[in-house]
Design a protein around this ligand. Structure first.
Ligand code: BMA
Length: 382
């Protein structure tokens, strides 16, 4: 065949086959819906424009100027109140779905979560879901209650495994109930068993071996995607702070089980830790960028923040140098949950003007720029 006549076409065809393989293996769910595939490539594309800015529970509640809470208002977010736009990414938590509760662990009704996911999707925004489940072997214990080897107890007992699959069914039912205006499934990022380099959750480092963690991850993702055919998920792997690439990958289940590479990092003890926080975060971003480039996966800071925003120029002094030219697809700050537990500027907060400077720098993308990226559709001109 002519292919073998000259080394050039032979080499070229090899390169084409190789790149086709790389392109098709980056996203793990080969049966993902078209919109989910589009979101995956969209998250890589939009990273060239800036970092999508997100907040946990942004649409469910927040703080008023006097720091009392607003809860459940329509079309409201603290970021929109101060900047004119909702965040480009919104986070939700499914903790307590396993208990068949009406509300999640922070009091947000699951029905409201579902409605907000749809509204955000219709605006072109991105939705990401974390999960702080109670202990599957003993539902009376929370994610934080210290309990060793829960995962071993699930993996080694058919009865526990079957019970756990019932919990996964609840997750699957929820994901499959997320529908857009045409009845289409809404793509969401699912970020299970996070901060597992730490040991404050029952799935944390001291409570299972790396092998057990990986097996538990595999069980979860395969059950959702293969058994229950949930084909609207992008799966995010999200450690807490990590020392180096080896530490990051110690419990990594594999490129065929992870779509997005992430980590969580919180800024504590400012201002004396300012430069250490910037350099550590920048180092960790570089690690996931290298890994993301090699595996063609998007990468993100899946949680961050400074509780109570005690530095007025936190956004331009700390966040901007970390995210500028970083290649990150997104960053998410935590919830504005209480007067003593908040991470995003709200009306009257000292950091409002500084946040607007970051917004105007173009380094972060809020609602309007994210919408113009058309993440769920084909890129313009293609
Ligand atoms: C933590 C705190 C808790 C909350 C949990 C899950 O960081 O915000 O109050 O219950 O996240 O959202």
């Amino acid at each position: 065949m002519s292919l073998f006549k000259s080394p050039v076409p032979y080499f070229l065809s090899f390169a084409i086959i190789l790149s086709a393989i790389t392109l098709s293996t980056a996203q793990i769910d080969k049966k993902a819906t078209q919109a989910t595939k589009n979101l995956y490539s969209g998250l890589k594309r939009s990273a060239l424009q800036g970092v999508i800015f997100g907040q946990q529970d942004a649409l469910a509640y927040g703080l008023k100027a006097d720091k009392s809470r607003w809860i459940g208002d329509e079309d409201r977010s603290d970021i929109k109140t101060i900047s004119g736009e909702h965040p480009g990414l919104v986070g939700y938590d499914l903790g307590h779905i396993e208990l068949d509760s009406t509300n999640n662990l922070d009091g947000v009704p699951f029905a409201r979560i579902k409605a907000d996911i749809r509204k955000n999707y219709e605006r072109g925004g991105v939705n990401t879901i974390s999960w702080h489940p109670n202990n599957p072997v003993d539902f009376s214990k929370t994610s934080w209650d210290k309990e060793d080897f829960t995962i071993r107890k699930i993996l080694s007992s058919e009865k526990n495994k079957k019970n756990f699959e019932k919990t996964l069914d609840k997750l699957a039912d929820f994901f499959l109930s997320l529908k857009g205006p045409k009845g289409e499934l809404i793509p969401v990022i699912f970020r299970p068993y996070h901060e597992h380099t730490g040991s404050w959750f029952w799935w944390g480092a001291d409570h299972c071996t790396p092998e057990e963690y990986k097996q538990f991850w595999t069980l979860t993702i395969e059950y959702l995607q293969k058994t229950r055919k949930v084909n609207n998920l992008l799966i995010a792997y999200s450690t807490d702070n990590f020392r180096n690439k080896e530490h990051y990958l110690e419990r990594y289940p594999g490129d065929d089980l992870v779509d997005i590479l992430g980590f969580d990092t919180y800024h504590r003890n400012p201002p004396k830790s300012d430069s250490a926080f910037i350099s550590n975060a920048t180092r960790m971003v570089a690690t996931i960028r290298d890994l993301g480039k090699a595996s063609e996966k998007p990468f993100a800071i899946t949680e961050t923040g400074l509780e109570q925003l005690t530095e007025a120029n936190w956004w331009t002094k700390i966040v901007q140098p970390i995210v500028r030219n970083s290649g990150l697809s997104y960053m998410l700050v935590w919830r504005n949950g209480r007067p003593d537990h908040y991470y995003a500027p709200f009306e009257g907060n000292d950091t409002v003007e500084d946040f607007k400077k970051l917004q105007q720098s173009g380094n972060i993308l809020l609602e309007k720029k994210v919408a113009s990226e058309n993440l769920y559709g084909k890129p313009a001109g293609k």
